[in-house]
Design a protein around this ligand. Structure first.
Ligand SMILES: Cc1ncc(COP(=O)(O)O)c(C=O)c1O
Length: 459
């Protein structure tokens, strides 16, 4: 192993340089038949009756809600911890979002999180496969059915997740997938709405019938962004350029400089247009689809391998992902919780691990949704997650050695009191075995856990 391993970036694009070069060379060379083929092959891949290629998951949800013909003001139940575009879309469709809490560790909403009163007048329940963790769709679908509601599945982070043997997306009446740049399958933006119900498929067909295709050139800005992502996260370039820039943020402001880039504005207005993505995007999807399963397998395996390593650290206050029995957690994000997560992130960064504090919060605190979301009782897990979440790097390109190094860094960083962090050595990442580079580790067990008092296992 090199004495000076390069820092681990937080993100890896699911497109190879060869895919980017291919896409640049294919502009203007595809047509509507590629959209139709992608829809057919995607539907077959998941096991859906029909799939429609749309500009985003949120637009897919909007169209599905419209196609369902729900009365104005009908209630849609969602998790308190989800992408804000989802409840915003519910409002845009003239419906009322209502939220319930999430379960610790899976960060998904199951039947247990929904208080009896919250079921009143619910017409739609949204199961969200958050961070790639399969939501308990079977129990939610059964409960929804019993109460005369229908189930939708938000698979924006769940493309390839499985509850037992059941793939995410096939249990709901409709499901939504996001192909944004940060996802495990990306068509330079775009998404899919999957449908299991024949009538709904027909209505969506009507709604989308005349929607114009986007021109390939509209995908070019995202393609260039993808090239920039690829360059910025290549290990050597990341070490030489991005990492020092991020270090300046930690040194100067004590914060993650990339955080504001993920702040997004959400609209509760109906979308102005419902066009379709471009043929180039469809062709890219067709190129990537045969590789998706292998990508997911490696991502999931790395997530499990990191989980085992972190469990072995036996840090009582480190909250770890919970894996539902059977099935497959995709680990779109590897979220841990820690009482002083900002300090942990900073120390991890010093040790060469670029983590992220995450950018979601309980949806009730998203400006445009304030006062528009119904809630029965508190959502303590969502609140707690906001204060403690930390996203560790997780992607198929991590090696066993990277995972060892990351777990070692978490173990060391967790034992450092914030006050002992030496900013002057911020840039001094070295191998785990190099004693001179070790952060100051207090000798006594009490001091070692001063920032995290010993006690019962809490997350
Ligand atoms: C859980 C979840 N739902 C919905 C969305 C929205 O997807 P899109 O940006 O394609 O509309 C996202 C986006 O990241 C998401 O993570």
């Amino acid at each position: 192993m090199s004495r000076f391993p390069l820092p681990l970036p937080r993100f890896e694009l699911a497109l190879e340089p060869s895919d980017l070069a291919w896409a640049l060379g294919r502009i203007g060379r595809h047509g509507p038949e590629d959209l139709a083929r992608l829809e057919t092959e995607f539907a077959r891949h998941i096991g859906l009756r029909r799939a429609f290629f749309v500009p985003s998951a949120r637009l897919g949800m909007y169209l599905a809600l419209k196609a369902l013909g729900l009365p104005e003001g009908a209630v849609v139940l969602l998790p308190a911890w989800t992408h804000p575009s989802m409840p915003a879309t519910v409002v845009a469709a003239g419906l009322i979002p209502r939220i319930a809490d999430i379960a610790r560790g899976t960060w998904t909403m199951g039947r247990e999180q929904i208080p009896e009163e919250a079921w009143q007048d619910v017409r739609v329940v949204v199961a969200t496969h958050m961070y790639g963790c399969p939501a308990p769709v079977a129990e939610l679908a059964a409960e929804a059915r019993r109460r005369g509601a229908i189930l939708l599945e938000d698979c924006a982070q769940g493309l390839g997740a499985r509850s037992g043997e059941i793939p995410a997306g096939v249990s709901g009446v409709a499901s939504f997938y996001s192909f944004a740049l940060t996802k495990n399958f990306t068509t330079l933006g775009g998404g899919m709405v999957g449908v299991q119900d024949a009538d709904l498929a027909e209505r969506l067909e009507e709604l989308l019938g005349d929607a114009p295709l986007s021109a390939d050139k509209t995908a070019v800005p995202t393609l260039l962004k993808a090239v920039a992502f690829r360059v910025a996260t290549a290990r050597t370039l990341f070490a030489a350029g991005v990492y020092p820039a991020l270090a300046a943020g930690w040194l100067g402001a004590g914060r993650d400089l990339l955080h504001p880039l993920f702040e997004e504005r959400f609209s509760v207005e109906p979308p102005r247009s419902t066009g379709r993505p471009s043929p180039l995007q469809a062709a890219l999807g067709l190129r990537l689809l045969p590789r998706l399963e292998e990508h997911n397998r490696r991502r999931a395996a790395n997530g499990l391998a990191l989980l085992e390593r972190l469990k072995a650290l036996d840090l009582p206050e480190l909250g770890l992902p919970e894996i539902p029995t059977g099935g497959r957690h995709l680990f779109m994000s590897f979220v841990v919780t820690w009482p002083e997560r900002q300090a942990l992130a900073r120390e991890l960064f010093r040790l060469g691990v670029d983590s992220s504090p995450g950018y979601l919060r309980p949806v009730t605190r998203v400006g445009v949704l304030a006062g528009r979301v119904e809630q029965f009782g508190p959502c303590p897990e969502a609140e707690r997650l906001e204060a403690r979440q930390l996203h560790l790097p997780i992607y198929p390109g991590l090696s066993e050695r990277d995972l060892d190094r990351m777990a070692d860094a978490v173990g060391r960083a967790a034992r450092v009191r914030p006050s002992t962090m030496k900013l002057s050595t911020m840039m001094g990442w070295t191998t785990p075995s190099s004693p001179s580079s070790r952060p100051t580790t207090p000798a006594s067990p009490d001091a070692a856990t001063a920032g995290s008092p010993p006690g019962p296992r809490r997350r």
